[in-house]
Design a binder for this molecule. Sequence first.
Ligand code: NAD
Length: 314
Amino acid sequence: LPKSVGFIGLGAMGKPMAVNLAKALPRGSRLHVHDAVTAPVDELWASFPDIIVRCAGAREVAELSDVVMTMLPEGAQVRSVYLEPTTGIIAALSSAPSHPKLLIDSSTIDTASSLHVKQELLTVSPTACFYDAPVSGGVLGAVNGTIAFFLGCSPSDSNIPRLKALLETMGAKVIPCGGPALGLAAKLSNNYLSGIITIACSEAMDMGMRAGIDARVLAAVFAAGTAQNAICDVFNPVPGVCPQAPSSNGYRGGFRLQLMRKDIGLAVDMARRVGARNVLGASGLGVYAAASEAADCRDLDSRVVYRYLGGRED
Ligand code: NAD
């Protein structure tokens, strides 16, 4: 593992990922961290005062680190953190262009932003290696270190051993997806599928329950039949079916509606760009967009679309 690592973006996912990284780094290592808000930075420093170094900005993190990870909300923040000419990571690369840096972006963003960042970094530092490595597994997976990384490179990339050593401190699986931005393409395809399944599962559960079948029996039927899937089994949108699921906790925690709306929107854009047919995309996006605005759903776990679609909760 590198002795000097950076982590930018300590939100719902980034903070527990940085905690697992801090726990795994050998003695004498430094983890340089930054976030636009100070609270998570200070909390992390209070937990690991010997390892954590609080930095004022992205440039400082990159100047002090051999490897930098970013976990930010959207393409706009990723572009600014990397490419802002005086305060961004690119400024650190410009002042030491031959210092080999490994830069890993785990945010779920559009593939164009990711490719643009990679290109711009290479123009100032030919030795900079930028990878997209979005994750799946949610906040609980980030806390438990069981997330999967979808890596935008080929399995024969010479940095794979270094990347795996680092990412496996935070997750259980690292899957190389073929080339630049293909980790993101894989992630958007995955979230398109799980987002659409969530809507189908909500409708199928409500249909069967209204016909008179008990919700748990219905979930057991799906689990035994051809409809078996992880949303029904683990994240069932009907309250009470899966006691550990956000639906059984007032739809709190989990994966926010707004993030699902963003990801389905990015997936629909990608489908259009690559010429893939996408008949469920428009209706799926419409459901998540409208639910994100609904007063009784807003800011809750994405499985609250069951409520938005009129599902019975008694
Ligand atoms: P979040 O909003 O909780 O955290 C983002 C963090 O980035 C915040 O702490 C924010 O202050 C910080 N930030 C924003 N702009 C910044 C800037 N310019 N400089 C420094 N810090 C900045 O989001 P999250 O849930 O941690 O998600 C991060 C990414 O991971 C998103 O792209 C999301 O789609 C993806 N993701 C989330 C989940 C999940 O379950 N929450 C699961 C998989 C992937």
